[in-house]
Design a protein around this ligand. Sequence first.
Ligand SMILES: Nc1ncnc2c1ncn2[C@@H]1O[C@H](COP(=O)(O)OP(=O)(O)OP(=O)(O)O)[C@@H](O)[C@H]1O
Ligand SMILES: [Mg+2]
Length: 293
Amino acid sequence: MPEEPLVDIQADTADTAPEEAGGASGSPSTSGSPGADTPPVARDLEAALETRTLSVDYDGDTAVSEISLSIPRNRIVAFIGPSGCGKSTFLRCLNRMNDLIPAANVSGEVLFRGKNLYDSDVDPVEVRRRIGMVFQKPNPFPKSIYENVAFGLRVNGYQGDLEERVETSLRAAALWDEVKDRLEDSALGLSGGQQQRLCIARALAVEPEILLMDEPASALDPIATGRIEDLIEDLKQDYTIVIVTHNMQQAARVSDLTAFLYMGELVEFGDTDRLFTNPREQRTEQYITGRFG
Ligand SMILES: Nc1ncnc2c1ncn2[C@@H]1O[C@H](COP(=O)(O)OP(=O)(O)OP(=O)(O)O)[C@@H](O)[C@H]1O
Ligand SMILES: [Mg+2]
């Protein structure tokens, strides 16, 4: 039970592990959120994350503009939109990765279990453990397969059975069978698709609650992409997943909810099937039918 405190971030709920989250009931969804500016969508579902008028600029140039939305637990939410519209910037706000970019200024709130991740008493390192991230290009460390997965656990001083956790993580990332006999081999010898699943295993090893994925399959061939998409679907049972993609078919295939961003603004957010078949906004329709972007 190495549950280091993320300050009082879990204060508003009992310690609900992702495994037991089954749906809408249980802990309060939005503690301390009086009516104003209620984020759209899924008001009846428990929110894993909620943004309130979240904005980002890079040295004064706006990249994300006042986005308020709620990401429900155990759902897959896709962000789509043309290149440069702020998808990655928005995603990085959700686990304070933008802290690492000096030019980035973030304002507004990101609520996780009722706590604003940008409050001064929140530890960003702990945020990133609870809200993991997988990047566009697989970025395994130049270490063995085993050590890649064990890395975060070692850094966190994990006291449990390391081997078991490595195996569980590799199984969860649908990679175990392919690597179980070569755990000591260099991770750099894996294929691109295997490397990406290794990075997912590495992210899962520290037991995050939310997984952020920035175009996790864009560097992969269609077969490897299909495996990642299947994996994402499986992971939904235990995690909340936010995925950025500019592949609209992928968004339609994997996600429950889709957000369309355009020039830093949230144009439309809703049920994926509905958004793709019956968009409410003209700009969404133009984008999904390929008329711009
Ligand atoms: N580190 C940075 N420094 C300065 N400006 C940046 C930085 N990162 C992004 N931007 C700017 O912010 C805006 C949004 O970029 P972002 O990378 O979030 O877009 P995106 O939707 O992820 O695009 P893509 O689909 O090409 O990945 C762009 O105008 C970009 O030039
Ligand atoms: Mg991007």
